[in-house]
Design a protein around this ligand. Structure first.
Ligand code: NAD
Length: 309
């Protein structure tokens, strides 16, 4: 398959590198000049569990220079960069390309739908972990799973083919008609834990040791699930609270991405997480006071870290 990866950071480089290893014709697109230079001149160093580190050679370019005619485009920018990134690849969005987003947060299909019809957009959720060790070098410390479906709910041979290609590349992928519940469950998890860690500058373990903070995280999750439920999406509440407890008890040193973004002086994905939950809540006439409070606090921290750069 001809596959374009838009946003070749931790996740995009991992997915692109693994697909290229299987012989697919993959092109990475990014705006980070150091990463582009490293991958172009030295290849992409890929490190995955069980296979160790190796160098994968594949093309990388700025989005404006993207080659035309991919079968699919996998979008892996942070959500706040979706619009700019999609804008810069308008020239490859012909009438047959499939766009898949596995980004975190809510409203991803709607953001992409500004550029092509819902009938060619696939949405999903991934539990595959990835970190950028340094430009040109990505690492994945464990297994994960991708669930996806077409945004308009229809079956798609193109998405089936992409899911099979991903699975063969070591990224197990299934088509799942209930993926919206999984997307909301992950958004609830992130709204609960990422925000509390990011506002307090605490690791997951530090939040987990504080009973009041633990309770707050669970209360936020419950609040988000109430919005999902009023929106017609039934999320497995016990599964979500169990997952939260597991993270609070075991991922002790972990700094969620929202905290990592603030520590690195970057904006976060709060608008696609808390922001989207609050937009849906407002539309339904529901209050979500804890989600709203954390949303406001994160936005204050964003301004402070951006001003201090
Ligand atoms: P990342 O910051 O490592 O990568 C994003 C990349 O997008 C960067 O390399 C950046 O330079 C690039 N970019 C920014 N603007 C761009 C533009 N206009 N055009 C092209 N590229 C552009 O982020 P990540 O960790 O790979 O996460 C990507 C998405 O996947 C996020 O929504 C995240 O929440 C989600 N996610 C991440 C993980 C993980 O373990 N890293 C797991 C599940 C989901």
């Amino acid at each position: 398959m001809r596959i374009t990866i838009l946003g070749a950071g931790a996740m995009g480089s991992l997915f692109g590198g693994l697909l290229a290893e299987q012989g697919h014709d993959v092109e990475l697109l990014d705006v980070n000049p150091t990463h582009i230079e490293k991958v172009r001149n030295h290849g992409l160093t890929l490190e995955t569990e069980g296979k160790g580190a190796r160098v994968v050679r594949l093309p990388i370019a700025r989005p404006q220079a993207a080659a035309s005619g991919p079968d699919c485009l996998i979008l892996f920018t942070k959500t706040l960069h979706t619009q700019g990134a999609m804008e810069s690849v308008r020239h490859v969005l012909d009438d047959r390309v499939l766009v898949l987003t596995l980004q975190n947060g809510l409203g991803n299909a709607e953001r992409v739908a500004a550029f092509l019809p819902m009938s060619r957009i696939a949405v999903g959720v991934t539990t595959v972990p990835a970190d950028m060790i340094e430009p040109g070098h990505v690492h994945s410390h464990g297994a994960g799973h991708n669930r996806m479906m077409m945004a308009d709910g229809r079956p798609s041979d193109a998405l089936q083919a992409l899911a099979e290609a991903l699975t063969q590349a070591g990224l197990p992928s299934t088509l799942d008609a209930t993926v919206q519940a999984a997307i909301w469950q992950k958004a609830a998890f992130n709204a609960a834990l990422n925000t509390v860690c990011a506002v307090t500058c605490a690791t997951v373990g530090q939040v987990g040791r504080q009973p009041q903070a633990r309770e707050l995280a669970h209360d936020i999750a419950t609040e988000v699930l109430a919005v999902a439920s009023a929106n017609g999406i039934a999320v497995d509440a016990k599964g979500l609270h169990d997952t939260l407890d597991h993270a609070l008890d075991h991922h002790l040193q972990h700094k969620p991405s929202m905290l990592q973004d603030l520590l690195a002086g970057r904006r976060t994905e709060v608008d696609a997480i808390n922001g989207e939950v609050l937009r849906v809540a407002r539309w339904l006439g529901i209050d979500a006071p804890r989600t709203q409070a954390l949303d406001a606090l994160i936005r204050v921290r964003e301004v402070l870290v951006l001003n201090s750069r």
